[in-house]
Each structure stands twice: as structure tokens, then as C-alpha cells.
Design a protein. Structure first.
Length: 98
């Protein structure tokens, strides 16, 4: 999707509205670098640098977009070293539909 749309970075945010917890899924080193710049180094990152715990950040308008925009405006740039983008789908669990 990222290449098809000509995007520099692509995130998927998963929000637990019951517990008010946010999780950011990242598909590569560009996303990891931008997420660290936006949300800080103190956010827990797991599953081979593909999942970031955003704590109680749950709002796109109030929590995500302003921080990502701030990081970009502050001079964030894509990392020069690019590694393989790999997500083990088995470790992510299952998707349940209502």
C-alpha cells in the first residue's frame, strides 16, 4: 500500500477503547524512526521493532497527528540505513470480527 500510494511512511494505530490504550504497528525502519521522534524513546517497542505501546494515547486528532507533525517540522528525516521490513503475523494473534 505504501508504494502504491507513494507514501513515505504508513502506520496502523490500534486503540482499545475499553481500556483507553493505544498501540502503533510499524512496517519498517522509516516508521520506527518517525514514531520514536514523535512519541519518544520511552515508549515500549516490541516484536522486532514493529509494535509500539502508546500508553493512553488514543485520539488521532489530539494525540497522533500533532506529535507526528511536530517531529517532521522539527527536522525528522528518513533513516539512511534501511533494513528488511518483516512482521511475523503469527505473533500478532487473530483478528476477530463483530
Amino acid at each position: 500500500v505504501k508504494m502504491e500510494k507513494g507514501l513515505s511512511a504508513l502506520f496502523l494505530a490500534v486503540v482499545n477503547i475499553v481500556e483507553l490504550k493505544g498501540t502503533l504497528l510499524m512496517c519498517g525502519p522509516t516508521e520506527l524512526s518517525l514514531a520514536k521522534a514523535a512519541f519518544g524513546e520511552d515508549c515500549a517497542i516490541t516484536n522486532g521493532d514493529t509494535i509500539m505501546n502508546l500508553g493512553n494515547r488514543v485520539s488521532r486528532k489530539k494525540d497522533y497527528i500533532p506529535e507526528i507533525t511536530r517531529a517532521i517540522k522539527a527536522g525528522w528525516s528518513k533513516p539512511l540505513e534501511r533494513g528488511a521490513s518483516a512482521i511475523d503475523l503469527e505473533e500478532l494473534g487473530t483478528l476477530e470480527k463483530d
